[in-house]
Design a protein. Structure first.
Length: 306
């Protein structure tokens, strides 16, 4: 049983005497009087009901019990110093944990490269990666269940995202067509030429931000799209395009997922139109000190050639 009034003051006093085996030298190191130190050690022995030192006029020696206690107390101070070091590192973000969300737009070289560089610089910070649509990322950031998000955003969005966001890279749109579509051989297609087409679009639940961008693009081109079918996944959208249900406007970053029986063609967006981005998002009120470190690492990664 540990005595109720035993504290670090008593343990430090014992440890110093045990290391010096000299009460006067130990008292000087502890900046207390020798009689005061003697009283502390005597009180400690009374509380523990064990002799810790053998004293004589010529020398001070540890008893067997004192030797064993010293070994354990040394570990206490090792763990204490380690705890203080970790707490100080955590304050500045050198140790900790990040929960990062991403979606299909962000699974290109920027996020993997940033994670690689981040791990090299901050090996004591762990990360969890979660897949989710941009709108769900925003909700998670607002609710505090996420630290960072990688998703989609565009300029002139009439609805504020409700979180801080910073462009990572441009992500211009492409048009997805059946391989036998009359426009399938074109190198680029003006969006206005697609005004009479049928469109497959992402669902409201999973593609909320992208849908706003899609309809904004069409408004700038002077038409309202004929949306005939919705899908919640990229695979679903591509399958419907392949089935000749309609065509689709997608992000440039999704080009690598295109089925072999489809073609992805750049859109000619001459004139004013909203700019689209893959972006990093965070909540300004998030106090996790690892967040600015990750954003800083990402910025330096973008300036480093792949």
């Amino acid at each position: 049983m540990i005595p109720g009034r035993l504290d670090l003051h008593h343990l430090r006093a014992f440890k110093t005497v045990a290391e010096q085996l000299h009460f006067k030298k130990a008292a000087e190191l502890l900046h207390i009087t020798q009689p005061g130190l003697t009283r502390i050690i005597k009180k400690l022995e009374e509380d523990l009901q064990v002799d810790l030192f053998e004293r004589s006029t010529r020398q001070v020696k540890l008893t067997a019990a004192g030797f064993l206690l010293l070994q354990e107390i040394e570990q206490v101070f090792v763990h204490l110093e380690r705890g203080i070091e970790l707490a100080q590192k955590a304050k500045f973000g050198d140790i900790g944990h990040l929960i990062i969300a991403y979606n299909d737009y962000a699974v290109q070289d920027v996020l993997p490269r940033t994670l690689e560089h981040f791990k090299q610089q901050y090996s004591n910070i762990t990360t969890d990666l979660l897949y989710m649509p941009t709108q769900q990322q925003i909700q998670g950031l607002q609710q505090g269940s996420l630290d960072l998000g990688f998703g989609f955003a565009f300029s002139d969005d009439p609805e504020e995202l409700g979180v801080q966001w910073k462009p990572v890279c441009r992500d211009d749109p492409i048009v997805l067509l059946q391989s036998d579509h009359p426009l399938a051989k074109e190198k680029s297609i003006p969006l206005v030429e697609l005004a009479n087409e049928r469109f497959v679009v992402g669902s409201k639940t999973h593609w909320q931000v992208w849908r706003r961008y899609f309809y904004s693009l069409c408004r700038h081109a002077g038409f309202h799209p004929n949306s005939v079918q919705e899908a919640s996944t990229i695979t679903g959208i591509m399958s419907m395009v392949a089935a000749n249900i309609g065509i689709a406007i997608l992000s440039q970053s999704l080009r690598k997922y295109v089925h072999r029986d489809l073609v992805a063609i750049d859109l000619d967006l001459s004139g004013q139109h909203p700019q689209s981005f893959i972006n990093i998002m965070w909540q300004e009120s998030n106090a996790n000190p690892c967040v600015p470190l990750f954003i800083q690492t990402m910025s330096s990664t973008l300036m480093t050639p792949a």
